[in-house]
Design a protein around this ligand. Structure first.
Ligand SMILES: C[S@@+](CC[C@H](N)C(=O)[O-])C[C@H]1O[C@@H](n2cnc3c(N)ncnc32)[C@H](O)[C@@H]1O
Length: 254
């Protein structure tokens, strides 16, 4: 007799607010026997998994490799025991979520995997700020990047990708805002490039700060302890402030 395994669902929980998970994600949580979840996942989202055992795994800002191997093993073990296993991740599982390592480990153990997408933080931030990341004639490219380099990983040229991006969303960068600013200036970005910082998107503690690249470290110092994103690009220009400054200079010269 062949052994039958459970199925593992990698589910995107969305940016935080429990009602920003997909219907498909919520439905699979309702059927789950066990849920392995990230630290960023809201208790209200976990509440969808009424009868499941809930296991907190991982840290904010990704996991160390050893911890990741341990998570892979726990998922495989759970698939030998349960029918419906959910690995619940903040945002979308395929954006800075280390999903590929889990998919590869599960598939090589012969376990079926399905990925259910979620709303990634950058897209939820754009919605909450009511600022479109693409704009006709202004913003035709969107780059998603992180300056974060894990332990034992080779250093990265992440900022090169942002040299010519019309719009960029930088994950896991707010804690190193000074270095991010220096790297982007070194790539030739103007100190006047509009930037925005978005903290705790979709949650009550949400705040958005706007300025220019040269202000970024000072803006980042005003953030609290929530997860935060850095954005840059013309679409973040504070048009009311620019219009007010133009009007003021007209009045001064007039
Ligand atoms: C390990 S990455 C995971 C990203 C996630 N998979 C996604 O698609 O949004 C964690 C980073 O995502 C960003 N992030 C996640 N949730 C956020 C939120 N609610 N508000 C602002 N940034 C968030 C922050 O940059 C945080 O450091």
């Amino acid at each position: 007799m062949t052994e039958s395994f459970g199925k593992v669902f990698l589910v995107g929980a969305g940016p935080g607010a429990p009602d920003l998970i997909t219907l498909r994600g919520a439905e699979v949580l309702k059927r789950a026997d066990v849920v392995f979840h990230d630290a960023l996942v809201h208790p209200g989202t976990l509440a969808f998994a009424g009868h499941a055992e809930k296991v907190a795994v991982g840290k904010r800002c990704g996991q160390h490799s050893a911890a990741q191997r341990f998570i892979n093993k726990r998922l495989i073990d759970a698939a030998h025991k349960y029918a419906v296993i959910v690995r619940l991740k903040g945002g979308d599982p395929m954006i800075f979520g280390r999903s590929q390592e889990e998919i590869d480990a599960l598939e090589s153990a012969g376990i079926a995997v399905e990925v259910i997408p979620g709303v990634t933080a950058a897209l939820a931030a754009a919605a909450q700020m009511r600022i479109s990341l693409t704009r006709r004639g202004v913003s035709r490219s969107l780059t998603i990047a992180t300056p974060r380099v894990g332990a034992n990983e080779v250093t990265s040229d992440w900022s090169k990708a942002l040299a010519g991006a019309d719009c960029a969303a930088i994950y896991m960068g707010a804690a190193q805002a000074e270095k991010v600013t220096a790297d982007l200036l070194a790539q030739g970005r103007s100190p006047d490039t509009p930037v925005a910082l978005c903290e705790s998107v979709s949650l009550p503690q949400f705040q958005a700060l706007r300025g220019t690249l040269v202000d970024l470290p000072a803006l980042a110092a005003r953030l609290g302890n929530g997860p935060a994103l850095i954005f840059l690009g013309t679409v973040f220009e504070n048009r009311e402030a620019a219009a007010a400054a133009a009007l003021e200079s007209l009045q001064l010269t007039g």
